[in-house]
Design a protein around this ligand. Structure first.
Ligand SMILES: NC(=O)C1=CN([C@@H]2O[C@H](COP(=O)(O)OP(=O)(O)OC[C@H]3O[C@@H](n4cnc5c(N)ncnc54)[C@H](OP(=O)(O)O)[C@@H]3O)[C@@H](O)[C@H]2O)C=CC1
Ligand SMILES: O=C(O)CCC(=O)C(=O)O
Length: 526
């Protein structure tokens, strides 16, 4: 069992110390009881120190050998795995998530770190391109130009409440930033401070054992928003990774854009993840799709950014069967605790808004619960009403969805044309529907980061091909992904070296290729 303990301290520059700027405390969302541990908030001075140490560490850390960086990521993974039940139990108590989910998420966190260790060892993220000189080219000689990616600089990470391990302190933002060669300063999410500290200490221990500059990692608690905001504004910070609400993401984007030197914010924010049921699929298996949909909707109390919050289909017998199937499953759903009382009250407000909307009707509800326990719900409206009121597209975080019934397929297309950017879009199709699907695809590609056939977006598969992103407001920048190995690209920047003698060339671009990297030579992969 690991010797790491929760002490309620900020982690700065290889040390840990109690913050004196207010206190973060947390309740168990299942029982409502106040959990042990007081987490002292960081002061502006603590933040200054953490950010400056990160800037100092950047110079050395970004040029660590690929082997050493991969070893560091693997050691973080090992240290987290060794936390074992201490971490699992604290995470269950702070999040209200069931043991199997937390254990699975812990395994995913360990796996993600190992994945990035492999990405680092493999080296192609360095993006080497070489256009050798052509001294005899007419009318002008061509210079020798070589490019490699370098790390952007220290990254501020704001983890998600709904994935306290896999999208938090050592989650994909941190893993990809460290893999790219960027030090990380995490602003701990106030919903899981103990989990954050345990994981933060596992990273800090790996920094020490690998003999890396101590500023490579810091963890700060903040009982309000001031420290998080100052972190984004700090001149040492070069980029931000964020998962959470649209309001939170947009607030940080504004701060980043108003800086003297604006920086990129990679915020994963808000989506309703439309489910489109095509006519033949609806006619032949409406009830089956309805049951599967309700299971996806209520998975993890609907607390996924990929949750299917919107269904679009043509009105008729098939849609009635879909609604019956979904209602059957939904009405047997027990209430379950949401992550925080704030998230629960935002959910209740959102559901009440639908309930009192004159053009929306309740189709089915799960059993009612007490405290921060959420009651699942399904609502229905017409395409006409949906197109009229843009507010009906807003994400309600939790186990609720809105079915939009269209008069005909042309109206389905109008509904889809009206949507904002999404993380995922699911298409339920039979082969007979393929022509309609093909016709919609070019629009759907511009709508979402991931298109799914006959499934749902919940449960992101972490890997090399996954895209967890999408156009605004699903994310602030849909060009890459916040999950999977593509995420590393957010924290890299290409630099070209023109006519550099070998003595001054970084190893990655040298002709004898000491790092054994694949590269693009004159445009061709080799
Ligand atoms: N689409 C998605 O992936 C997700 C969406 N959500 C949505 O967010 C709501 C709240 O969940 P939560 O996880 O708390 O998300 P928030 O966006 O409220 O918080 C995420 C992180 O950002 C910080 N933060 C939020 N707003 C600001 C701000 N204005 N300035 C500085 N820092 C800020 C929070 O600080 P602190 O820790 O102090 O709160 C937290 O660390 C949910 O009800 C849901 O609507 C939530 C999770 C995932
Ligand atoms: O793994 C998933 O399903 C989604 C992860 C995520 O980023 C989220 O829900 O916030």
């Amino acid at each position: 069992m690991s010797s790491i303990e929760v002490k309620g301290e900020n982690l700065i520059g290889g040390f840990s110390r109690r913050g004196l700027n207010g206190v973060v405390r947390v309740n168990n969302p299942s029982s409502g009881e106040l959990l042990p541990g007081e987490f002292g908030g960081a002061s502006e001075q603590d933040l200054e120190e953490a950010a400056n140490l990160a800037a100092e560490a950047f110079t050395t850390y970004r040029e660590t050998s690929l082997e050493r960086r991969a070893k560091f990521l693997k050691l973080i993974a090992q240290n987290i795995a060794e936390l074992d039940d201490k971490l699992i139990e604290r995470c269950i108590a702070e999040s209200g998530l069931p043991r199997a989910r937390v254990e699975g998420e812990c395994a995913r966190t360990v796996y993600q770190l190992q994945l990035f260790a492999d990405v680092v060892s493999e080296g192609s993220f360095l993006g080497v391109r070489i256009d050798p000189s052509m001294p005899d080219r007419k009318p002008l000689p061509r210079p020798d130009i070589r490019t490699r990616n370098i790390a952007l600089g220290p990254v501020a990470v704001f983890g998600a409440s709904n994935f306290p391990l896999a999208v938090s302190v050592a989650g994909n933002d941190t893993a990809s930033a460290l893999a790219a060669g960027c030090p990380v300063v995490v602003k701990a999410h106030s919903a899981h401070p103990g989990t954050s500290e345990l994981v933060g200490r596992a990273i800090q221990k790996a920094v020490e054992v690998c003999d890396l500059p101590p500023g490579v990692f810091a963890l700060l608690f903040d009982p309000g928003y001031a420290i998080g905001q100052s972190l984004v504004a700090h001149e040492a910070i070069a980029a931000v990774g964020f998962t959470g609400s649209r309001a939170g993401g947009e607030a940080l984007m504004k701060i980043a854009a108003a800086r003297k030197r604006p920086i990129p914010v990679f915020a994963e924010m808000s989506a309703v993840n439309p489910v489109i049921i095509f006519p033949n699929a609806l006619a032949t298996r409406g009830a089956t799709i309805g049951r599967a949909f309700a299971s996806a909707l209520t998975l993890g109390v609907g607390q996924f950014c990929t949750n299917p919050g919107l269904v679009v289909a043509v009105e008729g017998k098939g849609l009635s069967e879909f609604l019956s199937g979904a209602s059957e499953t939904l009405s047997t759903t027990s209430p379950a605790p949401m992550l925080t009382s704030g998230i629960h009250s935002a959910y209740c407000k959102g559901v009440d808004r639908l309930r009192s909307h004159q053009a929306v009707r309740l189709v089915a509800e799960g059993a009612a619960g007490n405290g921060a326990f959420a009651r699942a719900a399904l609502f229905k409206t017409t395409a006409e009403a949906f197109l009229f009121d843009r507010g009906l597209q807003d994400e309600i975080f939790g186990p609720v969805s809105l079915v939009v019934a269209a008069k005909d397929w042309a109206e389905v297309k109008r509904v889809l044309q009206s949507l904002e950017g999404q993380l995922t879009t699911a298409l339920h199709v039979d082969p007979v529907d393929y022509d309609r699907a093909r016709d919609l695809l070019s629009h759907l590609e511009t709508l979402a980061g991931r298109l799914i056939i006959n499934g749902f977006g919940t449960g992101v598969e972490v890997g090399h091909a996954i895209v967890h992103g999408g156009p605004y407001p699903a994310t602030s920048d849909g060009r890459t992904s916040s999950i999977g190995s593509l995420a590393i690209e957010r924290f890299l920047r290409p630099v070209a070296y023109q006519d550099f003698p070998v003595e001054l060339q970084p190893q990655a671009i040298q002709n004898d290729n000491p790092l054994k990297l694949k590269s693009r030579q004159n445009g061709f992969l080799s």
